[in-house]
Design a protein around this ligand. Sequence first.
Ligand SMILES: [Zn+2]
Length: 164
Amino acid sequence: MQHMSLQLGCLSCSDSARADLAPRDRVYLSPRWRVAHAFGTQLPGWLVVLPRRHVTVLDELTLAEQAELGPLLAAVTAALRETIHCGKTYVALFAEAEGFEHIHFHVVPRTDDLDPAFRGPFVFALLGGDTATQVPQQVRDQIASKLAASASLRALSGRWDEEG
Ligand SMILES: [Zn+2]
């Protein structure tokens, strides 16, 4: 059923359809939502939360998708606080870059030692840019595995698995 609502040529959709997702691409996986470690970021623990269906505007989410989103954003934040030891998280939705219109919430760990130059919306300067300074794939896999094993995400995962 989900495959009917996937969009050809959308990276988020083609990733969601994969049966062999790498740890970095499945921090959390339910019938409705997926959480991945962002690629091209310099900040370890920078996550994206995205619906499994191709959705490009927030109000296109079904009520069931909306119902899971709030607890998921909270659980992702709890997992980051526990694992990355950040005081809080930033959450942002843009989804307008070409090829990335599939909505995705950026959940960014705000650590105490974050350079003041990168606080608030300026944190997006840590996405993209020089590949040499980006979090390597194996580190993203390691962080993602730790987050996936956190009590908060595992508890939520069990809850939605039961409800389907
Ligand atoms: Zn899509």
